[in-house]
Write a new protein. Sequence first.
Length: 371
Amino acid sequence: MPKVILKKSSYNYEELKPQIFELLESIDSGHIRKNSRVLIKPNLLAPAPPESAILTHPLIIRASAEYVLAKGAVPQISDSPGSGAFDKVIMESGIKKALNGLNIDCTEFRRSVPFDIGPPFNKIEIAEDAVNADVIINLPKLKTHTQMLLTLGVKNLFGCIVGMRKPEWHFRTGVDSEMFAGLLVRIYKALRPSLTIIDGILAMEGAGPGRSGIPKHLGLLMGGSDAVALDITVCELLGIDPDRLFTNKAARAAGFVSEEIEKEGDFPVIKDFRLPETVPVIFGPRKLHGFMRRHLVQRPVPDDKICRLCGECLRYCHAKAITVTKNGISFDYDRCIRCYCCIEFCPYGALSARETFYGGIIRKILWRRHH
Ligand code: SF4
Ligand code: SF4
């Protein structure tokens, strides 16, 4: 039976470091040995300071690295940021400063190798360092996610897809969140991180996972060796049916969910956590999905007062649905597949998903039927 441990915590390093050591010690069960190559995989989405709650906090990364060093193993901290240069991410996030004095390799994933994650995706390109690590310590942030509802332990491993291959996968799986969740679960299972600690001390609510989300203090650290069990437990804490999280549902369908989870610690129910408005209104025959997507599903919309016309969103739009003009950016909603990569990667939080007129009407009708 998988075990989930919860601790009340803060970013005070004197309190945090022994808690991380304790968590890792109790879930490690001998994975980390002398000279093991240990990959520490935080969420390093984009350059952002700790108070924005976009990235795993630098002190959680430091404490995990210190634990690995104390075991005589060899830590490597890596990710493939969704946007921005890796060096900029570790500078702006305070990670470089936090690692001061430690002899640690902190480097971007660069090379990918083909890796079989099983059907229906089979061989896909995954970061070589992740494939070759003896142990993976997975350090996700507890955040909302406009397309996937939340990004937690399972989704964090998507960072092991290197560079522009990430938006490519978003494009290939389109707005089919269930198919994308299936991909995430397969990547998670193939990489099998040994230990996962979720940073829920300063979490994110609202329109995450980027700058449009709102930091929310929860003061929670959660650890376990089974990230699916952790993700299910987070949903329970937030008062959400666990199967509303696409990755949980996909994990259940794939037979990766244990019926019982052993829980240790104080598990509060958080009542006022704001979720993003997600769930594209796609239903009915597949033939109609294109039409429905265009007219009913929330669209990315810019706030011209915030947009700086940097053009970053264009890089992530594999559908080529965005153009930048002198007067602002514009979207071709017929081409747009509603993957929301542009919202996720806009460095200024200038984009949000907005309900269409007809989508709003249908949502209200459905809501009335269910209440
Ligand atoms: S929406 Fe964001 S990413 Fe796109 S041009 Fe404006 S500021 Fe840049
Ligand atoms: S415009 Fe945004 S949401 Fe639409 S396809 Fe491009 S990146 Fe995805």
